[in-house]
Design a protein around this ligand. Structure first.
Ligand SMILES: [Zn+2]
Length: 43
């Protein structure tokens, strides 16, 4: 993963939709409701 931007965009490993900071954009996907966050830091 490359840092730098405020948002981290990736592909959902489950449904293939876009993920923003570990949250899937697909509301039918479990990662929409339970985002994947490993080392997320909030300020
Ligand atoms: Zn998904």
């Amino acid at each position: 993963m490359q840092g730098g931007g405020p948002y981290e965009v990736s592909d959902c490993p489950k449904c293939g939709s876009l993920m923003w900071n570990g949250q899937c954009e697909n509301i039918d996907c479990e990662y929409h409701w339970y985002p994947m966050q490993d080392e997320e830091e909030e300020e």
